[in-house]
Design a protein around this ligand. Structure first.
Ligand code: GLC
Length: 671
């Protein structure tokens, strides 16, 4: 059951696709407080668990900390960070009362989940303009499904996008990309896509190509297509201010850029230097920007990642001017510790400064709205700009799209990656914990920068990260300029790496099917154990194991030097200890706690009783996966069938999955 309350005068976010009438009957357990009704309070019981918040820091259980929904260019996800790139205002409370809350607002929201007071959940909505959806069901999963129905079907990524993808900030030319592809080919490693980060452009200008380093782009795309490699260019939100650059000139002429307080085009520095920012909240500006993707699509490109769309602002002239004024005022003074610290602070606040965000204005309907009130909708509408244009210009083409910033609603238009993590073991664990939360909010096609973006990866971390990463829909290795290279062919233990990649391809029939079913049924692909084993109290404690689809339980190793790990099994299961497609042990484990040895060249996963796991043979591209030669692993699964999705049909603008049915002997039984 869903009820909708409304406070203040919320700007339409279009996160929700169902019409739910507004009621003023507030459930007795919720307290709406504050002069502007801007505070939602719930008194938590001792054992209440709070789930949700999508792309957010810390644990699966969010209790005991604060989170601020405010899309942030957060370049270091340490434990104290309150905001990351996504604003996903959906939480679920499990306890004496079990319910879900979606705070639908374009404003930033603070979720104090037992941080100030362990017993209180206090949600504060800036300005008090919001719709509050309260969802009541007995089971958590039913709340999620109800919520997901409310916000509409998740984006369907192309099947090839389940292949392995290699990225790095620093590939500069066609030759650099060729080298990467050759590196994979030489080692007989699968590869599906290579990424073009900002250096493919002419001085970081969207929809341009550096003609010196990409002189024959269409030919290069073709050359890659012949090898079945997709090229994935980045598109940044900021448009370089430069005379005669058509995107800039058109945007200025048509008034499609955000304004400042004087009605001029707002300018801030990002990678290209001074930029203007397309007003993605204006449908015309959205359509205009979306059409620009054609420049690349018409040369054969079928995949994009949208970046810097919180939007990230490295600096503005105004902020620099203020910093200079401040520094001048200090000149000649005898500075004490306090002033030196203040000085450092002023310099550190040049980027992403709230005062700058306040100076951006959008056209929302016929009103001018300060960015401050719609900040969280910016990246979402950039994704939407691209997708709406793809649907209009290429209705029959499957185009991969994912974004850094997002709000709920963006899940209908594309996926997300979780931004600039580090090559830290703690960020491997964060990746594990974030996946189910992202799924609750509709972001199914998602993943982290595998191996870590910032700082230097070590071989053991890369291997362990891959051993988890092979299960995430977006399976992309990405790293920052200046860090140690982490293309997989550069590591020593190539056999182990090849075996892990082969397992990914072998599991794609299963992963893709489970992904499609999760889309169709508004289900989660990754679930915390507690969402399924609802009567098992211990499952509520387990944050380092996940269920993946109907058949698999994951228990990845995520600690350095660990030669194994403790695993809790809520029922008897079949452990698959994998060393290679021809070297898999199957061991039965009974319900309960176990310590399982897992050497670096091994990975484990579990098959649940009564379920089947189809596995394909070797393939180096998704297209090479042979669905006619599947092995099916089953545990206590006599007579059980497995519903496989092999693709989608588009009929009358709607997508329907193509389902086939498999049994334990691997036979396809019917269409
Ligand atoms: C941002 C992105 C990162 C990208 C870099 C350069 O930091 O998050 O993925 O590599 O910009 O474009």
């Amino acid at each position: 059951m869903i009820c909708r309350l409304q406070y203040g005068d919320p700007i339409l976010t279009e996160a929700v696709v169902q019409e739910i009438p507004v009621t003023n009957l507030v459930p007795a357990y919720l307290h709406i407080k504050g002069e502007k009704n801007d505070v939602i309070q719930y008194h938590m019981q001792k054992d209440d668990i709070v789930y949700g918040l999508g792309e957010a820091n810390r644990g699966i259980n969010k209790r005991g900390y604060s989170y601020v929904s405010c899309c942030t260019d957060c370049d270091c996800h340490t434990e104290d960070k309150l905001s990351l790139y996504g604003a996903h205002n959906f939480i679920l409370v499990k306890g004496e009362k079990t319910f879900g809350l979606f705070v639908d607002t374009s404003e930033c929201v603070r979720f104090d989940i037992g941080d100030s007071d362990f017993d209180e959940l206090i949600i504060t909505v800036n300005c008090g303009d919001y719709n509050l959806y309260v969802i009541e069901e007995t089971e958590l999963l039913d709340i999620v499904k109800e919520f997901r129905k409310l916000i509409g079907q998740s984006y369907i990524a192309p099947k090839w996008a389940f292949g392995y993808q290699q990225s790095r900030w620093g590939y500069r030319s066609e030759d650099d990309l060729r080298d990467v592809v050759n590196g994979y080919e030489k080692e007989d490693f699968p590869l599906e896509a290579v990424y073009m980060d900002i250096d493919y452009m002419e001085r970081y200008k969207d929809f341009t190509l550096n003609m010196e380093t990409f002189p024959e782009f269409s030919d290069f795309v073709k050359e890659m297509q012949e090898k079945e490699i997709h090229l994935v260019p980045i598109i940044d939100a900021g448009v370089k201010v430069e005379k005669d650059y058509p995107v800039y000139e058109e945007g200025v002429e048509k008034e499609y850029f955000c304004k400042n307080e004087y009605g001029e085009n707002f300018a801030a520095g990002v990678w290209p230097g001074k930029c203007h920012f397309p007003d993605f909240l204006n449908p015309e500006a959205r359509a205009w920007f979306g059409d620009w993707y054609r420049v690349l699509i018409d040369q054969g490109i079928d995949a994009f990642w949208n970046d810097m769309n919180e939007p990230a602002l490295f600096y503005t002239d105004e902020r620099i001017e203020k910093a200079f004024e401040y520094m001048d005022s200090l000149k000649g003074k005898d500075l004490g510790v306090d002033l030196v610290f203040e000085m450092r602070n002023v310099m550190n606040q040049l980027a992403n400064n709230v005062e700058d965000y306040k100076r951006i204005f959008h056209k929302v309907g016929d009103k001018l709205v300060s960015h401050n009130h719609v900040h969280n909708l910016y990246g979402y509408n950039m994704t939407r700009a691209a997708r709406e244009a793809f649907d209009k210009n290429y209705p029959d083409k499957e185009i991969l799209l994912f974004s850094r910033a997002s709000y709920i609603g963006a899940h209908r238009y594309g996926g997300v990656w979780t931004g600039d993590n580090c090559s830290w073991w703690s960020h491997l664990l964060l990746n594990i914990k974030m996946m189910p939360s992202l799924n609750m909010c509709g972001f199914l096609y998602s993943g982290a920068d595998i191996g870590g973006f910032n700082s230097n990866v070590t071989e053991d971390l890369m291997i362990r990260w891959l051993q988890f990463g092979i299960f995430t829909p977006l399976f992309r290795n990405h790293s920052a300029l200046g860090t140690r290279n982490q293309e997989l062919y550069l590591f020593k233990d190539k056999d182990t790496i090849r075996n892990i990649l082969q397992l990914r391809y072998s599991l794609i029939p299963y992963l893709y099917s489970e992904y499609c079913k999760a889309i169709r049924e508004n289900d989660m692909l990754f679930k915390p154990l507690s969402f399924v084993y609802t009567d098992d109290k211990h499952c509520e404690q387990v944050e380092d194991e996940l269920l993946l689809g109907e058949s698999i339980l994951l228990a990845p190793v995520y600690e350095q030097n660990a030669k194994g790990r403790y695993v809790y099994l809520p029922e008897d299961m079949l452990c698959v200890k994998y060393r290679g497609l021809d070297d898999m042990e199957q061991i039965e484990y009974i319900k309960g706690h176990h310590y399982i040895e897992v050497a670096l060249n091994e990975l484990i996963f579990f098959v649940r009783p009564g379920h089947l796991l189809p596995m394909a043979g070797k393939a180096n591209r998704v297209s090479q996966i042979d669905y006619n030669k599947l092995n099916v692993i089953g545990y206590k699964a006599e007579g059980v069938e497995y519903q496989m999705c092999t693709g989608w049909e588009r009929k009358n603008g709607l997508s329907e999955p193509r389902m086939e049915c498999y049994t334990l002997n691997g036979l396809k039984t019917r269409k």
